[in-house]
Design a protein around this ligand. Structure first.
Ligand SMILES: NC(=O)c1ccc[n+]([C@@H]2O[C@H](COP(=O)([O-])OP(=O)(O)OC[C@H]3O[C@@H](n4cnc5c(N)ncnc54)[C@H](O)[C@@H]3O)[C@@H](O)[C@H]2O)c1
Length: 336
């Protein structure tokens, strides 16, 4: 009989629903059986849609011995505790980013995973985007010679609600964290120091909430590469996700994905479609691919492609960027 991985999904919000639907319909070998959310109506709605048992308390999933793996998709402040409990119960774990905003909590969670000998994959979905993977492969295989400069542009179409901004941990830990992961992934070397400038240019309310909405960060990698990341919480033309790596033997770039490639030329100009609107649309295939990779590593008993340490390092980078912005100087990651 074909091996099925029985899965419980914890958190039935935006990303929990997305993963639950992918696991139900698009990921061979995955068998979602239960969903939990403190807001029980959310769990019930997903449960009814996908024929899953619905619970209010995630412990019903953690304690269910017939469930082999969990997808932790609840609010960030709950991840570390749930990882610890799920690891102790012997579950294989997929956890959304970030693991936590507190490094001591991350370390406790990673120690629990280590002790239990279970797998932990972190939800850095952009690594599974075929465009970025091609850029990474071009760098790793030497197609562009020795890499010298990395440029990442990552701009959201619209800022999140203020209530979200207030508990998000700030732009570096909430938004740039994906780009920090992408930087390590594309260059294949660790970042040694970061220098962050920031401003409130989109919405003064974001500033009043103690955050910034625009940032430009330079990175220095251990292998000598120099990098930049620019983020904005608002690009009026949609989700702007581009990268470029320049090296001694050439350059590799990837541009935005469009809903169609038609170009209309007329008396007013030359017009094409705007980029796919936001992460759900832009990374549809990447979310499916990361879940497939997680199921594969369980079935084949291999190491997940994005491990716990890959979840920890971008949080350190986020704190280094915050310190750099506050102190207006380059900050080495070893200072955090
Ligand atoms: N990888 C990505 O692209 C991506 C995208 C969006 C969100 N995320 C991450 O996913 C997580 C959830 O984000 P979201 O946008 O889906 O948020 P959301 O607010 O839409 O959903 C979170 C859900 O978790 C539930 N919840 C809170 N505490 C819980 C608990 N103890 N047990 C069970 N359920 C609980 C809430 O009731 C809510 O329904 C965050 O950590 C976020 O950073 C990742």
């Amino acid at each position: 009989m074909k091996r099925e991985v029985r899965i419980g999904i914890i958190g039935a919000g935006r990303i929990g629903k997305l993963h639950a639907r992918n696991l139900a319909y698009r990921v061979p070998g995955a068998k979602p059986v239960a969903v939990a959310d403190v807001f029980v109506e959310a769990a019930q709605a997903v449960g009814a849609e996908l024929d899953l048992a619905a619970h209010q308390d995630y412990r019903a999933i953690v304690e269910d011995k017939s469930i082999e793996a969990v997808f932790i998709c609840s609010s960030t402040d709950t991840h570390a505790q749930i990882i610890e409990e799920a690891a102790e119960a012997g579950k294989q774990i997929f956890c959304e980013k970030p693991i936590a905003l507190d490094l001591a909590k991350i370390d406790r969670a990673l120690a629990a995973v280590e002790r239990a000998g279970v797998k932990l994959q972190i939800g850095f979905n952009r690594r599974f985007d075929p465009n970025f993977k091609r850029v990474r492969d071009a760098v790793a295989s030497g197609e562009i010679g020795t890499p010298h400069v990395l440029r990442i542009t990552s701009r959201d179409p619209a800022p999140p609600p203020l209530a979200y901004v207030k508990v998000s941990g700030g732009i570096f830990l909430d938004m740039t964290i994906h780009d920090f992961d992408m930087a390590r992934y594309l260059i294949g070397s660790e970042v040694e120091s970061v220098y962050a400038a920031g401003a409130v240019l989109v919405d003064p309310e974001i500033g009043k909430a103690g955050d910034i909405d625009t940032t430009l960060i330079t990175l220095q990698f251990a292998n000598g590469v120099l990098g930049t990341i620019d983020n904005s919480r608002q690009a009026v033309y949609g989700y702007d996700q581009r990268v470029e790596v320049f090296g001694s033997g050439g350059m590799v770039t990837c541009s935005n994905e469009l809903p169609n490639s038609a170009v209309v030329s007329n008396g007013n100009g030359v017009h094409g479609a705007l980029p796919l609107f936001f992460f759900v649309e832009r990374y549809t295939e990447a979310y499916i691919a990361e879940s497939k990779a997680f199921i594969d590593c369980i079935v084949q008993d291999t190491t997940p492609p994005v491990v716990g340490l890959d979840g920890r390092i971008p949080v350190v980078m986020g704190y280094a960027a915050k310190k750099s912005f506050e102190e207006k100087r380059p900050v080495r990651l070893s200072e955090v």
